[in-house]
Design a protein. Structure first.
Length: 126
């Protein structure tokens, strides 16, 4: 997978954000879908591989384009982290390294919750 070269701010779609959609309970909720960047819409080069919704628990859907090669998913996570760091720098002036350190801390914290490990790498090496 070729890493993307640019971070995209994903504003809420003006069209979608005004449309009511029925929820599972039948109550209409406002859609909060993010706009797909024009570059992605206009090119067949891109594949959507991940959607994430955050709530009391995360709901994730993925397409497994990589098969058993989990290394590629690690590259995707790294690319996402770099885009988040660039976005925070552009929007809030927060240095990229500060954001990357916070992301790593959050990642290790979540992994230690899930796998009962104490802030070390999953391989036992720090």
């Amino acid at each position: 997978m070729r890493p993307t070269s640019r971070s995209w701010r994903c504003p809420m779609s003006a069209k979608s954000s005004r449309q009511s959609k029925p929820s599972r309970t039948g109550v209409n909720k406002m859609s909060r879908e993010l706009e797909v960047p024009a570059m992605v819409v206009e090119s067949s080069e891109f594949n959507e591989i991940l959607r994430v919704w955050i709530g009391s628990d995360a709901v994730v859907t993925m397409q497994d384009l990589f098969g058993p090669n989990a290394h590629n998913w690690g590259m995707v996570l790294a690319d996402i982290g770099m885009h988040i760091a660039r976005m925070r720098l552009e929007q809030d002036g927060i240095p990229e390294i500060e954001t990357l350190q916070a992301l790593e801390e959050g990642y290790r914290g979540r992994m230690s919750e899930q796998f009962n490990i104490q802030h070390r790498s999953l391989t036992g090496r720090n």
